[in-house]
Design a protein around this ligand. Structure first.
Ligand code: PMP
Length: 285
């Protein structure tokens, strides 16, 4: 495996960062998780845009231009002969002193890993996932905007632990107002009376690229889509529920806190949108 590091493709054993890197010391950096389907990088422009916006929000100057970064991603995919897989693009603040001051850091590190991924067991794509509500809330927007895809995932990790402790592979996170935000690594949708609903970006979520693609697909299919405030009650009484993410793709959620959603199996609109998303990833829409 060849890893892209700051302009060079190096064997993975040589792909190392300093122990003084603020990405390691403080989670000071940003990242993207991107898919490759049929040798093509999926929705790359949107991931590059979000990466640069995340970096800008934390005052991290990425040394390369977006065009150079796009080329670097494609070069890494080609060097690893990856036709279907997952790319992790990471920018760290770089090595610095043992203090928070970004002025004491230099050389942000650009790392691109091209590998494979299977986030959930294949059978769960047929059966659906069980969810619990985590007590750990999503980032308070006034502490750290959830729109920033930063290397700081600790509260999502704590929520994920609550999920796995309860035998659930995903956990629902609420926002600071007690409204539904998203899951630890996926956005959430429900279907109620034929209408597709998902928390709005004001609900304190990462604006998922898969979320936005699914909203477009649903509208093209003639569905009404509402980006709204959702409560846990809305989820409990919904007809269908599913999650979206670059790694997860589209996967049904069939229960929340032990309560079945709908009839406890993936619903028809979920199945249809999952198929449409698969077509899109294969370059057919
Ligand atoms: N929410 C969170 C917290 C995430 O980390 C992710 C990405 N894993 C998503 C949503 C989904 O975003 P995308 O569709 O852009 O991968």
């Amino acid at each position: 495996m060849k890893i892209y590091m700051n302009g060079n493709l190096v064997p993975k054993e040589q792909a190392v960062v300093s122990v003084f890197d603020h990405g390691l010391l403080y989670g000071d950096g940003v990242f993207e998780g991107i898919r490759v389907y049929g040798g093509k990088v999926f929705l790359l422009d949107q991931h590059i845009t979000r990466l640069y916006e995340s970096a800008r929000a934390i005052r991290l100057d990425i040394p390369n231009s977006p065009e150079e970064m796009t080329a670097a991603v494609e070069q890494t995919v080609a060097a690893n002969q990856l036709t279907d897989g997952y790319i992790r693009l990471v920018i760290t603040r770089g090595a610095g002193s043992l203090g928070l001051d970004i002025q004491q850091t230099s050389n942000p590190q650009t790392i691109i890993i091209a590998d494979t991924i299977s986030l959930y067991p294949q059978e769960l794509y047929e059966k659906g996932l069980k969810l619990i509500t985590a007590s750990t809330i999503r980032n308070h927007p006034q502490a750290l905007s959830p729109q920033i895809k930063s290397l700081n995932y600790l509260n999502n990790i704590l929520a994920k632990i609550e999920g796995t402790d309860a035998d659930c592979l995903e956990a629902l996170m609420m926002n600071h107002k007690g409204e539904v935000a998203e899951c630890t690594g996926d956005n959430i949708f429900i279907v109620k009376n034929g209408i597709l609903k998902t928390p709005s970006t004001d609900s304190g979520i990462l604006e998922g690229i898969t979320r936005n693609a699914v909203i477009s697909l649903a509208r093209q299919a003639g569905l009404t889509v509402e980006e709204v405030t959702l409560t846990r009650h809305d989820l409990y009484v919904s007809d269908e529920c599913f999650l979206t993410g670059s790694a997860a793709e589209v996967i049904a959620a069939i229960s929340l806190d032990g309560r079945p959603i709908g009839n406890g199996t993936p619903g028809p609109i979920t199945k249809d949108l999952k198929k449409r998303y698969e077509k899109l990833t294969q370059g057919k829409s």
